[in-house]
Design a protein around this ligand. Structure first.
Ligand SMILES: [Zn+2]
Length: 392
């Protein structure tokens, strides 16, 4: 039977009768009771937020509500309060949430207009500029990222260790995506033999420090990105200073000494380590030290002896394979920063270019791991005497 025609006002009255509504003062009381457990959603359109939002509210336009709510609030039992301009769109939003199983969602009657009329304070969130909206438009279209995710990228700080084969594509894609601050540490100068894979550099920067070349290339791509060049070796003595303040570390090194140092520093400082490695026609990538997940030592407890640990200078590598693995590292970094999808934490992806196959290995945290285990033996950083640290 077709539904009986009904006016919008009748429809809205029926919706309202089936949901819970609170006044703006009751919303303040709910906040006092639940604290941060109460999710306050602003379901207006982005251009309506310029006049201000209720402090602490998360912007989620009505049109994206059903798609994105699980990403924002996976737990369906927690309390949610939704508002819009006057309480109409948010009433429909509460009904939609109830159908998705969010049982404890309430509508804020009168919306932001009632909040302002009651004399309560507003927050004025920083908005993207017109040129940022244009530059990032193709990724802003992704509802999973949106303007809030882009803001997180702009506010983020990522350290790239090594401006070489892996660091080059990772840095370029992170700069292009708008990650606001990129630290780059590399002690080396650009050599002609680097250009086959290290696409940050060009013929015009051969002989120059790699970090200067990187700053030029990244600045040309995105002038909004702050590049912090560090022309030095990463050592046990400086690792804490170098790493502090970064949200994610991208491991773009090609030697085991630095790889173990990065791993241990990331575990000790609680910074996720986006790992990549390449050799000949093969590559691998993972995410270590992230939210209680395993670290590189859980997988490989100690560095191999030097004679079993060749690097690119000795074993060779196809340049485009660096592009595949470094780009996976950029994707994983963006996911961590913006809170998207499922990270590679707990999984090692290995890539065989000749067979064009990706394989996946489960990695578990090892309770007896020397650095991230239950009784860690490594509590301070140390340098490893591995003699395979040829230029990256
Ligand atoms: Zn471990």
């Amino acid at each position: 039977m077709p539904p009986t025609p009904t006016s919008f006002s009748d429809y809205l009255a029926r919706v309202r009768a089936g949901i819970r509504e609170v006044t703006v003062d009751e919303l303040r009381a709910l906040r006092a009771t639940h604290g941060d457990a109460l999710l306050v959603l602003d379901c207006r359109e982005p251009d309506e937020l310029e006049g201000g939002v209720i402090p602490g509210a998360v912007p989620l336009p009505r049109g994206q509500l059903e798609q994105r709510i699980e990403g924002i609030r996976p737990d369906r039992a927690g309390p949610i309060a939704i508002y819009c301009a006057s309480g109409v769109r948010s009433a429909l939003a509460v009904q939609a949430l109830a159908q998705l199983g969010y049982a404890d969602a309430v509508n804020v009657a009168g919306g932001i207009e009632a909040w302002i009329a009651a004399g309560h304070a507003l927050d004025h969130p920083r908005r993207l500029t017109r040129s940022q909206l244009a530059r990032y438009s193709r990724q802003l279209l992704l509802p999973e990222l949106g303007e809030a995710g882009q803001r997180r990228l702009i506010d983020a700080r990522v350290l790239i260790v090594g401006a070489g084969g892996l660091g080059s594509p990772a840095a370029l894609y992170l700069a292009a995506a708008g990650v606001g601050t990129l630290g780059v540490i590399d002690h080396d100068a650009v050599d002609l033999s680097n250009l086959q894979r290290q696409i940050l550099h060009g013929e015009d920067t051969v002989g120059r420090p790699k970090v200067d070349s990187a700053r030029r290339a990244l600045g040309r791509l995105n002038g909004d990105v702050t590049v912090i060049p560090m022309a030095e070796h990463l050592t046990a003595d400086n690792a804490r200073r170098v790493f502090t303040g970064y949200d994610v570390v991208v491991d773009g090194t090609d030697n085991f000494a630095t790889r173990y140092l990065i791993n241990d520093a990331c575990v000790l400082l609680g910074i996720p380590n986006v790992h990549g490695a390449i050799m000949r026609f093969d590559g691998q990538a993972s995410v270590f030290a992230y939210q209680g997940g395993p670290c590189y030592r859980c997988l490989f407890p100690a560095p191999p002896p030097p004679e079993l640990a060749p690097n690119c200078a000795e074993a060779g590598v196809l340049g485009a394979i660096c592009g595949v693995v470094g780009t996976i590292q950029a994707v994983e970094t963006i996911k961590l920063l913006a809170g998207l999808g499922t990270s590679l934490s707990g999984r090692l992806v290995s890539f065989d270019a000749l067979g064009m196959r990706f394989r996946e290995l489960k990695v578990k945290r090892d309770p007896s791991c020397a650095v991230c285990g239950d009784h860690p033996r490594i509590t301070e950083l140390l340098d490893y005497a591995v003699s395979c640290s040829a230029p990256s």
